[in-house]
Ligand binder design. Structure first.
Ligand code: HEC
Length: 250
């Protein structure tokens, strides 16, 4: 291949990679800002995945820049050797094409920024943050005891402690594959009374929360009552979480 053509191809690739760096950098700064990894996605990718894309593009750019330097080695040596003296007069058509190019670049960037900003979607993981508990100001005496917790823990995090229980014991029948009783454990509304159903959880009131009756085996009048029974430890953890306010974002 001709040297000049190789140079041009390399420069075009470099330009595209550079634009990719700016674009992904922009995505990581504005449409998907730090801390949004669990809640937002853009074109099917989360912040974390865009970070990976950004990284690989930057690596590619580095490689291309090295190749570029190698291809221009002669030129670099000559210029440094002779000391450069550029004295080109401005050509009218040069100014015009400069303005045109600048315009197209600015327009593309603006278009990209606009599209990205408008394509950000909330991830369908509503348990996080969506459900602010309604009755948090009803504090009864038991909540103080619950702080210490029957599990001996100072605090119970939903994602850390509670969701894993549902995930391993309930998700197979009440999740993405099956939605028995039209109930899903990965959908927070379902615990707090959606579809006109009575709430399964009454924040800070574990003793009268229907969920606890189901998972502790107190309630017998339902299909597969045994399957719904959890270990004492898990029940205690759920109770503690409910009595602390049943927050779904930790
Ligand atoms: C092996 C399958 C299976 C597993 C695992 C399972 N369930 Fe169920 N669940 C059912 C069936 C079957 C019903 C009754 C469906 C119906 O009535 O149409 C049901 C009903 C329910 C209901 C609705 C009760 C009502 O009043 O109608 C809730 C709430 C529920 N399950 C919660 C859970 C929880 C929480 C877990 C995990 C601890 C769990 N389930 C695990 C099969 C399962």
């Amino acid at each position: 291949m001709n040297r000049t053509i190789a140079n041009i191809i390399i420069d075009i690739i470099a330009a595209f990679l550079f634009l990719g760096m700016i674009a992904t950098g922009y995505i990581l700064r504005f449409p998907l800002p730090p801390g949004s990894n669990k809640t937002l996605s853009l074109w099917g990718y989360t912040r974390h995945q865009w970070g990976d894309v950004h990284f690989w593009i930057s690596l590619g750019l580095l490689v291309v820049l090295v190749v570029h330097l190698v291809l221009h080695w002669n030129w670099i040596v000559t210029v440094i050797g002779k000391r450069c003296h550029l004295l080109k007069t401005a050509h009218p058509s040069l100014v015009r094409s400069g303005i045109l190019t600048g315009g197209i670049v600015v327009l593309s960037i603006a278009l990209f920024a606009w599209t990205a900003q408008n394509s950000v979607k909330e991830i369908a993981r509503p348990m996080r943050g969506k459900h602010r508990v309604a009755h948090t100001d009803q504090v009864d005496g038991s909540s103080v005891a619950a702080k210490q917790g029957s599990t001996g823990q100072q605090s119970v995090g939903f994602w850390k402690d509670v969701y894993p229980i549902f995930e391993s014991n309930c998700l197979s029948c009440h999740g993405p594959q099956k939605q028995l009783a039209n109930f899903r454990v990965d959908r927070s509304e379902d615990f707090f009374g959606s579809n006109g159903r009575d709430p399964l959880i009454l924040p800070k009131q574990s003793s009268i929360s229907p969920l606890i009756a189901i998972v502790s085996g107190t309630r017998k009048d339902m299909p597969m009552a045994d399957i719904h029974k959890l270990s004492d430890r898990d029940v205690a953890l759920l109770k503690a979480w409910i009595d602390l306010g049943a927050e779904t974002d930790d």
